[in-house]
Design a protein around this ligand. Sequence first.
Ligand SMILES: [Zn+2]
Length: 413
Amino acid sequence: MSKIRKDIIDKILETAKIEEVIKECLGSYSSDNKAGLKKCGVRYEALCPFHSDRSLGSFVVYPKGNCYKCFSCGAKGGVIDFLMEHEKLTYPDAIRWLGKKYNIPVDEVPVYWKYVQKPAPPPLPTLELPKHLMAGTKLALDKDNLVTWIRTSIKWDVVQRSRIDNVIDQYNIGHGKYGHTMFWQLDEKGQLRTAKMMKYRTDGHRDKQAQWNFDFVHSIFSRGQKQFDERGQLVVDEHGEPILKYPYKHIYDEEKQEARLTFFGMHLLDKYGKNATVNIVESEKTAILMAIAYGNHATQVWMACGGLEMITRERLQPIIDRGRRIVLYPDRDGIEKWRIKAEQMHYDRLTLNTEPVTKWWLPKDGEKADIADVVIRIINNSKRLTNITDVEREIPHAKPLIDKLNLEIDKDG
Ligand SMILES: [Zn+2]
């Protein structure tokens, strides 16, 4: 066997970056790859590939030191150790592997290695948060910018106006103590899964300039907090990285539960008529506006998915199990992607409605139009129901409102 030249080995070891090598082997963290490498500040974390690990925190990768360490099983080392341990490579093959990755010619000997994927651990029970967390935030709605804007800035007619506070209560909108609008997610069984937290301006748009303007309650509980000693010094490990503590383990322990998101409004599935069409929009704000404008317990329930990537067969399953009609409302710039996704769901009662973003969209909205802005235009252009005669005439069928949006009335219902 040929011997690899020392200057080549030195060059490879100087070039190879631990986080890149581990990412190559484990992939990047995502909802589909929970075992992948995740950036956490200046370091990276992953489920430890050397012991049966369930939660982030033990296995840490330090780019500065070009090394990794597991605080549970004690595995540690640099790029070569990782490749030898994890990929079961010999030392020369680990060098060749790196040479190939970083385009540094080593020798003519080919690398033979085969990465064996660890089987996924069995699923954990779904996280259920205590309801008092939600109840507390429903008391401070008068301070909430989005709620105030919904109450005061849209030309609702009398019927719609009468629904506003009912809808806000039904959907469990809350106001968090740091200024976030809280969109609590309850599943079809009424179990509290988490809340999406977002800050809004007084004009009803997201406040993306604000500090900490987006989060999830379960993320806060799982993330851990920095600790300070009695002299006020940050508590750090041997690499100078903060050691985190997890004060909410009694509520959410990633080793015991798994956070699973659901659609905003899923808990209304069995509260609305059993033939009511399930309309799914992207944003929580749009779902609320639609529920106020067109929500009808007998025929229409509105939910928010939070983004196209959140639409999965698993999350749709409670709706599919009940045989409901589902209508998706795509973004202006995402019609084709939503159409492809709809087909991938393989459910024949699922359709797409592009009317709001084709018929009612205006060029000034831009391609990235917030569908809620378009919806407000539809609402403001609807026939106003201003007196009781109008209401009596219009409500038995609610037809003009439904026509305006081209909502489909369930023929079976
Ligand atoms: Zn370990």
